[in-house]
Design a protein around this ligand. Structure first.
Ligand code: CA
Length: 219
């Protein structure tokens, strides 16, 4: 899952980025609200973590612009203590959740998983497709109760497809899931991971939709 992090505090931002990358999120990090607003006009992350107190433009302004454009990008706000009015304003402007600083990284990732779950219309913590189960927290994949060993990146692709059953996901979109702005991308890397997934999970699970990308059919 690809996260855009907007946080001007260098130490906190670095800690969040490192922590999320450990949990297999791909993280792009900006420190300025105006830059974030401009990046969000073209970039399409899966989740936005947005500090409220930012140079350039405030997180609340960035959020308001995003929602005014009709974007339903999931947003988690980071707020300082003693700013109840900011938290209320943030939720009323369309934030999905907020965390008050200082917070525990474990709580941040748990809240991101909860947001993704609600957006996917799931009540259950795991993603299920027939006898295939992916646990977004532990990154474990099982089939009929048997553990399936997959690389971190193959698991990220499987998660991206399972989150959108019946909808083709383009190769470019999958590349965005795996790689941040500053990382190089091998041209055939998605094909290699999909090949690996098909070998492990059966060739029929992931369909190739010509010209559109890959898809796991709806059940
Ligand atoms: Ca700040």
């Amino acid at each position: 899952m690809r996260v855009l992090l907007v946080e001007d505090d260098a130490l906190l931002g670095a800690a969040i980025q490192a922590g999320l990358e450990q949990s297999d999120y791909t993280v792009d990090w900006l420190r300025d609200g105006a830059q974030a607003a401009s990046a969000l006009r073209t970039a399409e992350p899966d989740l936005l973590i947005l500090d409220i107190g930012l140079p350039g433009r405030s997180g609340l302004e960035v959020l308001a612009e995003l929602r005014a454009r009709g974007s339903n990008l999931p947003v988690l706000l980071l707020t300082a203590r003693d700013t109840v009015s900011d938290r209320i304003a943030g939720l009323d402007r369309g934030a999905d959740d907020y965390l008050v600083k200082p917070f525990d990284l474990g709580e941040l990732t748990a809240r991101l998983r909860a947001i993704a779950r609600r957006r996917g219309g799931r009540a259950e913590a795991v993603i299920r497709h027939g006898d295939l189960v992916l646990d977004p927290a532990s990154r474990a994949v099982t089939r009929a109760g048997e553990s399936v060993s997959l690389s971190a990146k193959a698991t990220m692709i499987l998660e991206a497809l399972l989150e959108r059953p019946g909808i083709p996901v383009s190769r470019e979109r999958l590349e965005l899931t795996l790689y941040g702005w500053n990382e190089g991308v091998d041209s055939n890397t998605i094909e290699v991971h999909v090949h690996h997934l098909r070998k492990k999970l059966g060739k029929d699970l992931i369909r190739t939709v010509r010209g559109l990308g890959y898809m796991i059919p709806k059940q």
